[in-house]
Design a protein around this ligand. Structure first.
Ligand SMILES: N[C@@H](CCC(=O)N[C@@H](CS)C(=O)NCC(=O)O)C(=O)O
Length: 218
């Protein structure tokens, strides 16, 4: 399998299926296409029908879109337990994953992922509503489904991959979840996301990549 991804410091959509693929334990190759330069769209169009990354190639199959790739991997590797086993938990996990995939546009626009960034943001009304919704969602999932472990649904699931980039945004923009209705459980889950060894490995690559770029700038 080959996963085609964008610049690791910025590409939230690439990070999600990369985390899912790591959890399968299957070997895969990465192909990285740099984003945010004049030729990026052209370069991506040679490998992606949607002109977007990520793309997964598996034999003759070409799958684009982070959620479609994640679902493909869940079907291909049933033993990896990428969705919760319980049907109620699985339906809620799919709901929160879909909510991330199609929502939170105010928060995404106000706080683009940048793994090297540390700043402080005063969120506007729409961004505040998005952050509050995520806090309320994380608290509810942890309370209702989280008994078996530290992840959103206890054991790790695709839902955790979809919220990992959000954890890095909260850290980058200095968002204190207690100011958005957290009782401590969302903050604890945030730390679980940020200390995931797979996320840490992605971050190391991202920061090494950026320092190579800055060396070649000088
Ligand atoms: N809904 C898509 C979104 C993919 C997307 O927007 N990818 C961005 C990178 S994070 C991209 O390829 N942008 C093209 C460009 O910057 O030229 C998914 O979930 O995979």
């Amino acid at each position: 399998m080959q996963l085609i991804i964008g610049t690791k410091a910025w590409s939230t959509w690439s990070l999600r299926p990369w985390l899912v693929l790591k959890r399968t334990g299957a070997p895969f190759e990465e192909m990285l296409i740099a984003l945010r330069w004049d030729g990026a769209s052209e370069a991506i169009s040679t490998v992606s029908p949607s002109r977007k990354v990520p793309v997964l190639r598996d034999g003759a199959a070409v799958i684009w879109d982070s959620l479609a790739i994640s679902e493909y991997l869940a079907e291909k590797f049933p033993q990896a337990g990428l969705w919760p086993a319980d049907s109620h938990a699985r339906a809620v996990a799919r709901s929160v994953t879909a909510e991330m995939h199609s929502g939170f546009s105010a928060l995404r626009n106000a706080c683009p992922m940048d793994l090297a960034l540390r700043t402080s943001l005063s969120p506007d009304e729409a961004t505040t509503a998005d952050i509050s919704r995520i806090v309320q969602m994380w608290k509810a999932c942890r309370q209702d489904f989280g008994a078996s472990g530290p992840w959103l649904f206890g054991d790790w699931s695709i839902a955790d991959a979809f919220y990992a980039p959000m954890a890095t945004r909260f850290r980058s923009y200095g968002i204190d979840l207690a100011r958005f209705g957290d009782d401590g459980s969302a903050a604890a889950y945030l730390q679980t996301l940020l200390s995931d060894p797979d996320l840490l490995a992605w971050e190391r690559d991202a920061l090494a990549d950026q320092s190579e770029w800055s060396k070649s700038d000088t």
